[in-house]
Design a protein around this ligand. Structure first.
Ligand code: GTP
Ligand code: MG
Length: 137
């Protein structure tokens, strides 16, 4: 098995959808390795999304991602990164397949309910951003 990293974003936490989303994740066969509820500062959101620093939406993204509590998690499954991206659906919920987490819960291309790592390498970096080694069993 391998691992991916996710966080339920502020819009979905605020709307009370964390439980429904976690249920979908577990029903899809992912084991929750680590989980907590926390809030990012704009600076820390900027570090997390540093890869997007040159994008026009970067400042809005940092503001949004620090606007409320989030639920970061490390997840484990066969083919975790790709299968999780399938489960969450396209970045823009207008393009997300029926039954995906973003189709069900996302509000817009920005407030899109959930994050999923895009590679094994980034999954490890992102998991380590939120969780210490002793939390990752
Ligand atoms: P993540 O799982 O959150 O990384 O989303 P993604 O991999 O599907 O998309 P990407 O990494 O390209 O973008 C990161 C996040 O920036 C998205 O999830 C959105 O919250 C936001 N974002 C992406 N594109 C746009 C855009 O065109 N406008 C705005 N306002 N936000 C965007
Ligand atoms: Mg991404």
């Amino acid at each position: 098995t391998n691992r991916t990293f996710t966080m339920i974003k502020p819009d979905a936490v605020q709307d009370g959808n964390s439980g429904s989303i976690i249920k979908m994740i577990e029903e899809a066969g992912f084991r929750i390795v680590a989980l907590k509820k926390t809030q990012l500062t704009p600076e820390r959101a900027g570090q997390f999304y540093a890869v997007h620093a040159e994008r026009p939406f970067y400042n809005d993204l940092c503001k949004y991602m620090s606007s409320g509590q989030i639920v970061p998690m490390i997840l484990e499954k066969e083919n975790a990164v790709a299968d999780f991206r399938t489960l969450i659906g396209a970045t823009n919920p207008a393009n997300a397949d029926e039954g995906t987490i973003r189709k069900l819960f996302a509000k817009s291309i920005e407030a899109n309910a959930i994050h999923g790592s895009d590679s094994d390498e980034n999954a490890e970096i992102e998991g380590n951003f939120f969780f210490g080694g002793l939390e990752q069993f």
